[in-house]
Design a protein around this ligand. Structure first.
Ligand code: ZN
Length: 376
């Protein structure tokens, strides 16, 4: 082991880091796209069961387990990008973690997310019955601005917006989608969030959504399954982050295609190509997995680093995406993302050298969060 512990800013860290054996020490990992309140969303039934059959207290209990699993995998900071119908439960999770009630990563939360009438599930039920939705539905610029104010008043750190839906292949063979918000609505959401000093993440998979979000001033594109080159250039020029979530695509695509959503058989190939071009163009990329879209105990989130290297990054680039770059996206680079004096003592250890074998990132053997050992 090298003397990296000398760099750790807190006194207790030194003792805890001795005797770890032949390991590489890294800053605590950051997953910039998770859903702690979701426990797998391969099929429509998976999703609807959680919304209709699980109470919010039960979902909170499951989320506390998810937080513990993610932390044990070395993710000491996470951006939770909406509760999928669990209202403001992420704010409570964050509070419980900060107050030492439960173990979990440091959270940046976005509460309910925004979409339009007809834009989000559960869907397909009788119009005579009313039931909870996975997001806050808003129509028109006034409702949009009010919802942003409401979410921030209730504890949202970020605003999450769904920019598109209903994916299909267009006549040119490209992935396309139906946009949710009009340009005016999208601009209102982003303007209101920025006015209140908060940033906006947009779920955007194909050109109609990606372009609408980018031209309205969004801060990060989530998924970005098919981003045209001119829009990648725009992202580079304006410093917009991509949070690619390769893991969830690889995990959910076969099940969704088998369920009858045939487009999902084609989505992984679009995604790999788009990610590869983004890397080559030098788009800022922060690691995000969409954990919760796959069950928290089904895949180790660190598998994302393997996918990133498989589809175009060097191991060092993938490690940067999981640490310092994600910290910059979250505007937390003064606190996390590197091991330096004055930052939180978030440290993980992996066996061997991840620059030679990125797969060791799934074998985190030691986790320290803010100077406290949470796994050894
Ligand atoms: Zn997501």
């Amino acid at each position: 082991m090298d003397r990296a512990h000398d760099l750790v800013g807190r006194a207790p860290a030194g003792d805890a880091l001795d005797d770890l054996g032949d390991v590489t020490l890294l800053p605590g990992l950051i997953d910039a796209h998770v859903h702690l309140l979701l426990q797998g969303d391969v099929t429509t039934d998976d999703y609807d069961e959680q919304i209709f059959k699980e109470s919010l207290p039960y979902r909170a209990l499951r989320a506390s387990r998810a937080a513990k699993i993610g932390l044990s995998h070395g993710f000491t900071t996470m951006r939770d990008l909406e509760t999928e119908g669990a209202m403001y439960t992420d704010v409570d999770l964050k509070r419980a973690i900060n107050n030492g009630i439960i173990d979990g990563p440091r959270l940046v939360v976005s509460t309910r997310a925004l979409s339009v009438t007809g834009g989000y599930g559960p869907a397909g039920y009788s119009p005579e019955i009313s039931y909870p939705r996975g997001v806050q539905i808003v129509d028109g610029v006034d409702q949009a601005r009010k919802a942003v104010r409401e979410q921030i008043a209730n504890g949202a750190d970020w605003i999450k917006v769904y920019a598109d839906r209903s994916y299909f292949i267009d006549k040119d063979g490209k992935l396309s989608s139906i946009p949710t918000f009009t340009r005016d609505e999208m601009k209102a959401i982003i303007d209101e969030a920025h006015r209140l000093r908060h940033k906006v993440a947009a779920h955007a998979m194909a050109r109609p959504g990606i372009e609408n979000a980018l031209m309205s001033g969004v801060d990060s594109i989530e998924h970005g399954i098919s981003i045209d080159n001119d829009l990648l250039d725009f992202m580079v020029a304006h410093g917009v982050y991509l949070c690619p979530t390769l893991t969830v695509t690889e995990f959910v695509a076969p099940g969704r295609a088998a369920e009858g959503r045939a487009i999902w058989a084609k989505i992984p190939e679009f995604h790999r190509d788009s990610f590869n071009r983004a890397v080559k163009k030098g788009v800022k990329i922060a690691l995000g997995t969409d954990a919760g879209g796959f069950a928290w105990d089904a895949v180790n989130e660190a598998k994302e680093l393997s996918y990133m290297t498989k589809y175009g990054m060097t191991p060092q680039q993938a490690l940067d995406a999981a640490t310092r770059n994600a910290a910059q996206l979250l505007e937390m680079d003064a606190q996390v993302g590197t091991i330096e004096p004055g930052k939180f003592a978030d440290v993980v250890a992996v066996p061997g050298n991840p620059l030679n074998d990125i797969g060791v990132m799934e074998k985190v053997s030691f986790v320290m969060k803010d100077g406290v050992v949470v796994k050894k």
